[in-house]
Design a protein around this ligand. Structure first.
Ligand code: GRF
Length: 251
């Protein structure tokens, strides 16, 4: 893909899809240098499907449950999970084949992608084509409950992380992180709201960095992939996220 071109995205969801909505809105009004070509959900009742349809974006459901049933005779739980996930992912790969996608963007997709899918979707060594947004400051609080964990731990600052997806759980190379303050009287809902609005900002920025060719992958001293963002505005953008988080408090 050439620098400056709009990226073509497949967005994977499982739930309400407010991140999806933000990407759709920003794509429509030109703030996002990308188009959402399709949406895939692992749940038929995900409200995000409705958001996609309303926006005229094709939306597909891939029901992982039916593959669990198919492999109900497999007694080893891990093996059953692997087999059923890979079949569900084969269905996903079949759908993606009809679109010329640059990146898969996970936006609240509550399934881990297996090495089978990630390998399939790769174009070379050290190339990452799947992004995720995580509601905590990784490597703290990986898993499904980033806001709850941040809140229960009594953190004074919460954070959100955009990272490339690798074979682990929320363990891939970090592209960007932003933080928000947590005050003594805040409820879990307060911090979720504050964090989510920051998620929308940083996810869009990361996609724009990718579209502008500003994301480089290098290696750390252990050979582990490491992201370097080469934007002359980098410092100002980080500062703007801090102001954004504080401005949210006045709303
Ligand atoms: C977000 O908090 C995201 O970070 C996490 O799942 C949530 C999805 O929310 N991975 P939504 O469906 O985009 O509203």
């Amino acid at each position: 893909m050439e620098e400056g071109q709009k990226l073509k995205l497949a967005v994977f969801i499982s739930g309400s899809g407010t991140n999806l909505q933000s990407l759709l809105d920003r794509s429509s009004d030109g703030r996002l240098l990308a188009d959402v070509l399709l949406v895939i959900s692992d749940r038929a009742d995900a409200y995000g499907l409705e958001r996609a349809r309303r926006h005229g974006v094709p939306a597909y459901v891939v029901e992982y449950g039916k593959y669990f049933e198919k492999f109900s005779h497999v007694t080893d739980r891990i093996e059953r999970r692997r087999l059923s996930y890979e079949e569900a992912e084969t269905e996903i790969i079949g759908i993606l084949k009809n679109y010329d996608i640059d990146y898969v963007v996970l936006a609240g997709f509550m399934r881990l992608l297996t090495p089978y899918f990630l390998e399939h979707f790769k174009t070379g060594e050290g190339v990452f084509r799947v992004l995720n947004i995580h509601p905590a400051l990784l490597p703290s609080f990986p898993g499904r409950h980033g806001y709850e964990d941040t809140f229960r731990y009594g953190c004074r600052w919460g954070g959100v992380t955009v990272h490339f997806v690798d074979e682990g759980e929320d363990s891939g190379p970090i592209i960007a992180q932003a933080v928000y303050p947590i005050f003594p009287n805040d409820s879990l809902e307060d911090i979720r709201k504050r964090g989510l609005s920051l998620e929308y900002e940083i996810y869009a920025q990361c996609i724009n960095w990718l579209a502008k060719g500003m994301v480089r992958i290098s290696k750390d001293q252990n050979g582990k992939p490491k992201v370097i963002v080469v934007d002359p505005e980098y410092r100002n953008i980080l500062l703007s996220w801090i102001s954004f988080a504080f401005n949210q408090l006045r709303k």
